[in-house]
Design a protein around this ligand. Sequence first.
Ligand SMILES: [Zn+2]
Length: 256
Amino acid sequence: MNGSIASHIARRLGPLLRVRPRRVSLAGGVVSFSFDDFPSNALLTGGTILEKYQARGTYYTALGLAGGDSNVGPIATPEEICETHDRGHELACHGHDHLDYSRAPLERIEDDLRRNSDAFRELLGGYEPVSFAYPYGRYLLAGKRRLATHYASCRGTTGGANAGTADFADLRGTRIYAPIFKEAALRRLIDRSKAAGGWLIFYTHDVSETPSEYGCTPHQFESIVAYAAERSPILTVRDVMARLERPAATGEAAAE
Ligand SMILES: [Zn+2]
């Protein structure tokens, strides 16, 4: 089998094979809001909206991009990243250089993760992120297995709720993107996830009146936050993991 066919198969196989299956049973459901790449307005606008509802977000940050420009707008500076941490949001890993992990050798991925961890430790006094999201949502099976040993959870870009048995090496993430935004459909998803005791993780990039195609407007974002806040707890990804670790005797969560 030649290399390109092998890697094509590996790319297809990765998402199909569960690496860390685990039962999700959260009475009343839980919702998380996350931001990939961390453009500045994800805190200034998105984070401020979450705080209005006494909630916090998860920021999947590639520190190699910090302070630079991008197709989702200016990326948060080191100062803004520190402020995010101080305001109680979760800083999570998105690699260092925003590589496509489905095309990088494992050694390069390990190096990329190490550099992001080093940068986090240096910036935030020894801080270690426990959550990860795949850049572009892409990976190969070997990389997925490796990532699962480094982080408590890894999030992908396949939409839907994490309910029943979920793969914690590729948690489902549902996009809030302006060009495809359908408020009624997202509301139904929140309702269904709640009924199933599921965990719904939303993600977007920039939150702006003139968003990129990977971001949304403040009004769109707030409409979903407000709807979720009335129905289920809104927790960071890290806090949901902590809640799942609680003994099953609490009746809220069970792990297998
Ligand atoms: Zn990204």
